[in-house]
Design a protein around this ligand. Structure first.
Ligand code: NDP
Length: 434
């Protein structure tokens, strides 16, 4: 606590995991003897660097870049890059710490890391984005590599940014090491179904949660926050499975469409035009736009899918969702519910799918992209999607069984934390003290 007093997001993530691990430590004295907890909570290293770049007016701008390499017991460090003005060391550390356990849950050989910059891509020209990405990689290349550390996208970093980063890495290294980054464009080193993976994976996970409760997603009313990569493909798969998605948002506010969101419009606004979600109502006059993000959780729904950012659901919002009859909450974003909200859901019988299990589909398909890159083959969309589906099923089963084994049946927070932690902790025992 004292060492990280100035890092609230990191402390929040660490507290959630540590609380879940109490029953594991009671049964495994070897973890205490080898001081696994104190070792695992300290990253292998954190790199922070200056990113100087020229804007369209030829003025020189300076941002800060980060890469947190947390743990590589299971495989090369792996985790996305976030470009957002709120990025700081606390946010980087919380994301990288969570990533260790999420990646372990996927069953793929990937360790935990994360990175990014406080650069704000909003309002920047394409040329400015390119110059920023090139400047960022000009320093980052020293610390990454297909067997060392493999970054990917996150908030503010999609296939376009990954393309610029990858181009610059290739130029500097003078070698085609495709496995150094994932989320590349299909046909240019990328995997089919990576774009869809986190959102589709989230819905596969929700389907497993409902299946265990003898229910399905068919005809359920769904509210999704965000309208970025995760949100869009969660909406797409939920609609494909027969659910009715009635709301989504961006950082300026949310739209409610009682007849069901028309995803074609959202895709055009967000993926093609880079427009605000408020524009949706110009195409669907019966829909309503409300400024501000908080109110989205007052919309009655069966399933709530927070897919925007951390801490978007607090205790009060959780209580509103529960009072309105929510049955399932599953996290597409990382740590979107705070601890109070999680406890409200768990104490009130809501099926709760925590981020590190429910949104692991993206990184799982990133690992499949690495596999395709190293074997120089490409798999079809169906092949990747079906592997993703199986991975999500097995993450659900493992988390559910771990919860049962340690006396917390039905609690996927405890289950996923334990299932991920035990894999990493056992690897640390095998590798000795360092
Ligand atoms: P995008 O940048 O594609 O979309 C983010 C969405 O969330 C946008 O609609 C954005 O609105 C909104 N948003 C971002 N910050 C805030 C904020 N502070 N307040 C309100 N809304 C906000 O990102 P992704 O969809 O890739 O990521 C969303 C979440 O999912 C993040 O938590 C990320 O870590 C997590 N995640 C992503 C994965 C992936 O594969 N992409 C994998 C696993 C987790 P606006 O456009 O107005 O900024």
């Amino acid at each position: 606590q004292t060492k990280n007093a100035h890092q609230p997001e990191f402390l929040q993530a660490a507290e959630e995991i540590f609380l879940s691990l109490v029953p594991v430590f009671e049964q495994h004295p070897e973890y205490i003897k080898h001081n696994i907890l104190e070792r695992i909570v300290e990253p292998d290293r954190i790199v922070s660097f200056r990113v100087a770049w020229q804007d369209d007016n030829n003025d020189v701008q300076v941002n800060r870049g980060y890469r947190v390499q947390y743990n590589n017991v299971i495989g090369p460090y792996k985790g996305g890059l976030r470009f957002h003005p709120t990025v700081n060391e606390s946010i980087m550390k919380f994301l990288a710490f969570e990533q260790i356990f999420k990646n372990a849950l996927t069953g793929q050989s990937i360790g935990g890391g994360k990175g990014g910059s406080d650069f704000d891509p909003k309002g920047k020209s394409d040329a400015e984005i390119m110059r920023f990405c090139q400047a960022f990689m000009t320093e980052l290349y020293r610390y990454v590599g297909p067997d060392v550390d493999v970054p990917a996208g996150d908030i503010g970093v999609g296939a376009r940014e990954v393309g610029y980063l990858w181009g610059q890495y290739k130029r500097i290294r003078g070698a085609y090491e495709a496995g150094v980054l994932t989320g590349k464009k299909p046909g240019y080193g990328g995997s089919l179904a990576r774009t869809e993976a986190t959102g589709y994976g989230l819905i596969y996970f929700v389907s497993e949660m409902l299946r265990e409760a003898n229910d399905t997603i068919l005809n359920k009313k769904v509210v999704v926050s965000g309208s970025g990569n995760v949100a869009i493909y969660a909406i797409e798969k939920a609609q494909h499975f027969g659910a009715k998605v009635v709301a989504c948002s961006d950082s300026s506010g949310y739209i409610y469409d009682a007849e069901g969101i028309d995803l074609k419009i959202v895709k055009r606004l967000k993926e093609v035009e880079g427009n605000r979600i408020s524009e949706y109502v110009t195409y669907r006059p019966k829909a309503v736009f409300t400024a501000g993000c908080d109110g989205i959780w007052t919309i009655p729904c069966d399933i709530a899918l927070p897919c925007a950012t951390q801490n978007e659901i607090n205790g009060e919002q959780a209580r509103t969702l529960i009072a309105n009859g929510v049955k399932v909450v599953a996290e597409g974003a990382n740590m979107p519910s705070n601890l109070e909200a999680i406890n409200e859901f768990l104490d009130n019988g809501v099926l709760f799918g925590p981020a590190k299990a429910a949104n692991a589909g993206g990184v799982a398909v990133s690992a499949l992209e690495m596999a395709q890159n190293s074997s120089r083959t490409y798999w079809s969309f169906q092949e990747v999607d079906s592997k993703l589906h199986n991975i999500m099923k097995s993450i659900f089963t493992e988390s559910s069984e771990a919860a049962k084994k340690y006396g917390y049946e039905g609690n996927l927070v405890v289950g996923s934390n334990i299932a991920g932690f035990v894999k990493v902790a056992n690897g640390m025992l095998v590798e000795g003290v360092y």
